[in-house]
Ligand binder design. Sequence first.
Ligand SMILES: Cc1cc2nc3c(=O)[nH]c(=O)nc-3n(C[C@H](O)[C@H](O)[C@H](O)COP(=O)(O)OP(=O)(O)OC[C@H]3O[C@@H](n4cnc5c(N)ncnc54)[C@H](O)[C@@H]3O)c2cc1C
Length: 433
Amino acid sequence: MKVAVIGGGPAGCTAAYKLKKYGHDVILFESQDHVGGRTSQVQRDGFNLGSGALFLMGGIYPRTNAILKELDHYKDLVPWDAKTHVVDWDRQRYTVDFDQVLSFLKLPVFSIADKLRISLGVVGQLLSKGPKSCFDGAELAKFDKGENLEQWSLRVLGEKGHNYITVPYMGFLYGVPMDWLSTPLYQAIIQQFYKLALMVPPNGMGQICDWLIEGSSGLDLRLSCPAESVRPSGNGYEVSAGGQAHHVDAVILASEPGVSAALLEEVAQPQSTRKLRECLYSEYAHVQVAYARNPWPNFPVSVALPANDLRNWGACVLQSRRHPNAVPPGGEAVGVYFYTPPLAHMSDDDIKREAVMAVTEVFGAAPDPTFVHLFRYKRGLSIAGPGHYGTLNSLHAEMPKGIYLAGDYFAHAGVEAAVLSGELAANRLSGRT
Ligand SMILES: Cc1cc2nc3c(=O)[nH]c(=O)nc-3n(C[C@H](O)[C@H](O)[C@H](O)COP(=O)(O)OP(=O)(O)OC[C@H]3O[C@@H](n4cnc5c(N)ncnc54)[C@H](O)[C@@H]3O)c2cc1C
């Protein structure tokens, strides 16, 4: 079968890799001049900057791990201990391990009554049924009771537990207020806390798509070749891309949902394209503040997260600690990841200025940075509010024969969600469900 895959992020690269493995003839269209999507690396002055994704999360990323093992690259992943300071509103700091959620329980701000309440909440969650996978939207939909994360967290963990555990943790992952999020992901993370471990490919997260493409022998990869339309043609489809028409038997759309909606205008029902268009995304910005000479070589932790959401930034990360090739020898870069709501009122210059101030607040005085690089996305992260998983996952059954959808948005942003969706699309297409 000849298959077109549209989009060369982790979802599209996984779909192409699996389809090649199953023996299909595959052409992958990517609009950029490189694969990777929101996991891509950007090179500047010897720094290897991550444009988006920061880390894999160990045992809660089972499909990504399995495919990296197939590719013989799992062994290359570099563990990241992510020692973290939770920074309070009065600049008081508390040390935790980001990948050991229970370490947050040690924070001295909690009274015995707080600790008891949080422990009961955690034990209650451990004893209740939950989604097996943190990134399978169809599975998560079964546990979405319509409550938002803020309501659930305040009700179950109390105000202190909410401000000092839920907000710093999920604020780092999604950068949005807790009442924008649904509950099943966080509940699944609590239930699977013992599987968490942060890992990064040695050359950054962009290397995952490079590995997938290297492993897809015979793939016809078309870079700088945006798909422009998908039309029915005979028993299959005609995909126009880069000014050429390609006849294929089936198509996997692994672009962001608004783009897929536009491409499917002549193929899918209006109710389906509407669901894709209405998929909620956060605006997102992060700044890489780079120093040719590391001003804080011995800083005791590599991440700072604000307790409560009073600051505009959601995380500051020392990149040299995250993966070894992020910075040139002797250098350092700090990634400052912003919360979404304040961005509506911030210019690019405001964001950069505030990022440099955050860096000195968190890590201490430093000379002027070598450069300050802003990544700003109108549509940064797919956000799953209550109802999201059910609405989006009903789309699979609505697609016409030969059309399949992939992308992290079937769950919520995350490489595992993207990889799983690409694998599922390739399996459905090949009758391997
Ligand atoms: C700042 C930030 C931090 C993140 N941190 C993490 C993290 O630490 N861990 C984690 O697991 N995830 C993280 N993520 C999320 C992760 O990056 C995404 O979940 C993942 O990249 C989604 O993969 P995807 O293939 O669905 O989409 P994308 O990565 O967006 O890929 C879509 C691809 O489609 C291409 N495309 C679009 N239109 C067309 C067209 N018409 N024709 C051809 N190609 C097209 C795009 O150019 C792009 O390459 C982060 C994201 C951001 C923005």
